[in-house]
Write a protein that binds this ligand. Structure first.
Ligand code: PEP
Ligand code: MN
Length: 367
């Protein structure tokens, strides 16, 4: 059960105290007070965990300060909307707003390689007015003999260069808890010139200890990637681990699912589930066309498959696009075959704009 309070009903208010006293009658229930940022205002919620069937909703709703109370049948109680009209969760990080309305593009290489390439990339983004990037320092690779990322040693110059080119957030995958500490320390040592969104990869989509680790800190938001072999329900339950540890600043990312049925693409594109996720969850939704498609093939109309699937995600309301670009793919150490060249990226942005406008027109004329 979730009890929603009116504005300004903080955890130490008399209204919350009165409900707590009443709920003492139900000793098996654990209470968790949650304060989070809604789209338009802060929200105050009391989460009741345990057997709540004997607690009368109508009595709870008579308490002063209570807006309403709902029974939550679904398991992902904190990130879910539960078929009710619960406001989406938005958050602001380093001056950037993320919610189910906004749009951002996280562009960059699969992995950090050279200083020159990194600077070149940030320069391209700055010239385009883009303040968000993607790049991995820690790379989970299918083969132990493939490049595993430069690790912590590249962080000082990556952060310094990001600051120099006004990048506000870099999506960066972490594979274990100590990577969060390394990122925190290096950012602090560099004087926090930029920000990081911790990415959990598809291979770790059910690594519950890692999800708890990114969830139990609130310094960095988290971009959770759907498990390549998981149903949406399974991935949502896994993603809930992050929220249940206290971190509500989460982005849910679709990146395709692994099946032969997706061939010749690397994965079967699942972007038709963007509106489903916006209905089921309170989270901003990201699409990753690079790992979904995995090739630079072009259709007979002359448009790259990566562009086509991106359009499919944006026209149904995606909030974040994560795409691999590389200024010099010949020197890339990972996923060069799917990275867009700078010229292609310009066209990509034009296409993103066309698709977003089409979505906005649909919203105006179809609803
Ligand atoms: C990535 O974004 O670099 C990546 C490895 O993605 P995924 O976890 O979706 O394969
Ligand atoms: Mn990659």
């Amino acid at each position: 059960m979730i009890i929603f309070f009116n504005q300004d009903t903080h955890s130490d208010s008399k209204e919350v105290e009165d409900i707590r006293l009443y709920l003492d009658k139900f000793p098996k229930i654990k209470l968790k007070f949650v304060e989070l940022q809604g789209e338009t205002r802060p929200m105050f919620e009391l989460h009741l965990i345990g057997p709540t069937h004997d607690i009368p909703l109508d009595v709870i709703e008579t308490f002063p300060g209570v807006e309403r109370a709902i029974r939550v049948s679904s398991k992902y109680r904190q990130i879910g909307k539960h078929k009710q009209d619960i406001a989406p969760i938005g958050f602001t990080y380093n001056g950037l707003k993320f919610d189910q309305e906004t749009m951002h593009i996280f562009a960059g290489p699969c992995a950090v390689d050279t200083k020159e390439n990194t600077e070149e990339l940030f320069k391209i983004l700055k010239n385009l007015g883009i303040k968000t990037a993607r790049m991995g320092a820690y790379k989970p690779r299918t083969s132990p003999y493939d490049f595993q990322g430069h690790g912590a040693e590249c962080l000082p110059w990556v952060f310094e260069l990001a600051g120099k080119y006004d990048i506000k957030a870099i999506a960066m995958e972490v594979l274990k808890e100590s990577h969060i500490d390394e990122i925190t320390n290096e950012l602090e040592k560099a004087g926090n010139p930029t920000g990081v969104i911790l990415q959990t990869g598809t291979r770790n989509a059910q690594n519950f200890e890692l999800l708890k680790a990114v969830g139990s800190q609130t310094k960095f938001p988290v971009l959770y990637k759907r498990g390549m072999g998981l149903t949406l329900e399974e991935s949502l339950n896994a993603c809930e681990y992050i929220a249940s540890e206290g971190n509500r600043n989460i982005i849910f990312c679709l990146r395709g699912v692994k099946t032969q049925l997706g061939l010749p693409h690397r994965n079967l594109v699942d972007f038709s589930q963007v509106p489903v996720l916006k209905r089921l969850t309170r989270l901003p939704v990201c699409i990753d066309p690079s790992h979904s498609v995995g090739t630079k093939e072009r259709s007979t109309d002359g448009i790259l498959d990566i562009f086509h699937v991106t359009a499919q995600g944006i026209i149904v309301g995606a909030n974040i696009i994560m795409v691999e670009i590389h200024p010099n793919p010949a020197t890339a150490l990972c996923d060069a075959h799917q990275a867009l060249l700078p010229d292609e990226f310009m066209l990509f942005l034009k296409d993103v704009d066309i698709s977003r406008k089409a979505y906005e027109t649909r919203l105006k004329e179809i609803t």
